[in-house]
Design a protein around this ligand. Sequence first.
Ligand SMILES: Nc1ncnc2c1ncn2[C@@H]1O[C@H](COP(=O)(O)OP(=O)(O)OP(=O)(O)O)[C@@H](O)[C@H]1O
Length: 773
Amino acid sequence: MALSTVRSTDSHDAAIAAEQQYVTALHQRLDTLRARTVHRLDEALSTVPHNPQAIGEREAQVELYTQRLVALDAAESGLCFGRLDRRDADVPRYVGRIGLSTEEGREEPLLIDWRAPAAQPFYTATALHDLGIRRRRHIRTRGRTVVGIADETLDLTDAADVTERSGLVGESVLLAALNASRTGRMTDIVRTIQAEQDRIIRADHRGVLVVQGGPGTGKTAVALHRAAYLLYTHRERLARSGLLIVGPSPTFLRYIADVLPSLGETGVVLADLGGLRPGLRAAAPERAEVAELKGRLAMVDVVAAALKGRQAVLDGPAQITLDGTPLRFTKADAARARSRARHTSRLHNEARPAFGAAVIGILAQKYADTLGADVLGGAGLLDRQDVAALRQEVAAEPAVHALIDRLWPRLTAERLVGELFASPARIAAATPGWTDAERRLLHRPASAPWTPADVPLLEEADELLGVDDSAQRATARRDRQRRLRHAQETLDLLHGSRSVDNETEDESEELSAGDLLDAEGLAGRHDEVDTRTTAERASADRSWTYGHVIVDEAQELSPMAWRLLLRRCPTRSMTVVGDVAQTGSAAGASSWADALDPQLGSGWRIEELTVNYRTPAEIMAVADQVRSGNGATTTAVRSTGVHPWALGVAEADLADAVAEAAAAFDKEDGTLGIVVPRERLDAVTSAVRDRLPAVATGVATDADLPDGPVVLAPEAVKGLEFDSVLVVDPAGIVGEGARGANDLYVALTRATQRLGVVHAGALPPALAGLAPR
Ligand SMILES: Nc1ncnc2c1ncn2[C@@H]1O[C@H](COP(=O)(O)OP(=O)(O)OP(=O)(O)O)[C@@H](O)[C@H]1O
């Protein structure tokens, strides 16, 4: 492929002027569409709906026009960024953030959405496979003004005077984007998606696609653009079923949160593991070995055993007194009732009514036998009606309910799991074959807050518990009957109010409410309409199954977390991105096969990304020494000539030395991340704060990333990037983490421009090549 940047000549100015004219026309079209959408939105908002159906329709329209407006607004900045000149067509094809057609809808649209098949050559055409493209033009705009163009000539016969380049698409535009300072928020890469990334973005949505790639290869960017692509290509299906993106921490989710809206897409659910359970924010920290244990698939059996333990039999007989008559409920009675409930094959809470009925039945029979015993020892003297009456009496007795509660309690997942972990006896009963040391790891006080590793266990418990909604269903049935009765009375009243005497022939042909509606229909008008968006409903519903699930930093997930996510996506339409060389958690994966085979067998496929767009070659040369397996897996796309350095100081001077280095880095453009072993966070933060009062800190993984300097623990920098990075005490980072060498590798590869290492004591041998400072 050949690339040339059009220089400042007459023809360059003329080309810019021509493109300006075109871009101006595109913006005019965008303005027209926006004004029209605002008008329709206003109209929809000002209608007054009179029944639930009309409310639903109005909400759907408001949602539609709001979404459209969001998409049109998002397209404003950088509306058009590319142009394709085709060999067999006279008119160029323009590529941008959104599709725009003329009013008459003529054949060639004014602008092609970057996700449409017709736009694909913009990302993938090469000189060898030019896909019918003669020239690709990158158009750079500021606001609505065209400020630059860069052309790539794909027809090699036209390109005698330009040099063969690297295989990158739009190299100059790409490098400009990569060299730009970061802001603390990820941005979209729609103008410069590379061919290997495009292939993954547009890959078939079916099945589980794993995207493995070293640091900075654009996995997160690709995952997000794939989400936008899938929403565009399968809009209707995904609008109904929803799309879920799972990331490693709330901080990370905030870091990526602007990307999809900037691509005009809003209806996506973003969550980390601790936020996946509706109504719960499970964010408490936890020791790595505890999280690892809770992440093992063996916990499926533990939760099941814990539940079985709650379906108790009695140690000895229980005595219930009914109207002065003592009754004995024996161990055998309890076992009989339990066996009846288990035979319903229903989930625990759903089987509870059957258990209760069995207990009541057994007690009623005993009651009848006692009361009706023939003094001469003959058969019972009570008939069936009497027994039924006794049954009601038994069912109304609070002591009977207390007995049912004791033997087959109505359980929530929180109660089952919380009470399990709070009781060494329950843990021991549910973990046959475990060592005492392992059991101790599970034990914690009942008041302990929930951790992310608890979430899959709670969900597992829910799967076994089900809900006993018989009471709600009975109420709903009664409500509906009440509404039906009321509706019928209303119709009767309406009908009755027509004066039959005065009815003329014309009037008799007028339709009355009763002719149009029956009571059922009228009652239905008062049914509630759920006006929430798909994303809102999905994130509030534990049993929601998504149309597509994207998992970022997927190497961190435990087997139990995988189990949860696969349950949320029974169609197995998933995109899984990550890097097994960056796994930090003890529960995470060291190979994709280890993580996925047990759950999916061979039902997944893998694609690789190989080019590192973030980290300059000088830094990767050092980081690759730390990577497990040592060899480089990525090729850095650029080299900056700025070499990373190491500064060794005495232990007592470490925090101050970090503060001084931070102050020096802070004078440079862009963001600054200081990665510190957890145990040094406080000392380093307070020293840095003396020099840089605005410094933010993040032991918390839910902080918003600031534009300014930030001190973070190694696990909190996963997926993030900074223009300057200071890594403090690398040996401490290695020693502290469950997979400490991987944590150090992640920390070193966060830098887009500059890296410094400050240490006391010896450097890990892999960093011996760093230039001393
Ligand atoms: N085609 C591209 N054009 C412009 N920028 C890109 C491109 N691909 C990646 N980048 C940039 O490179 C940086 C790294 O991308 P990203 O965070 O997606 O990588 P990653 O593979 O998820 O990294 P890691 O695994 O290290 O967290 C980001 O700033 C991203 O915007």
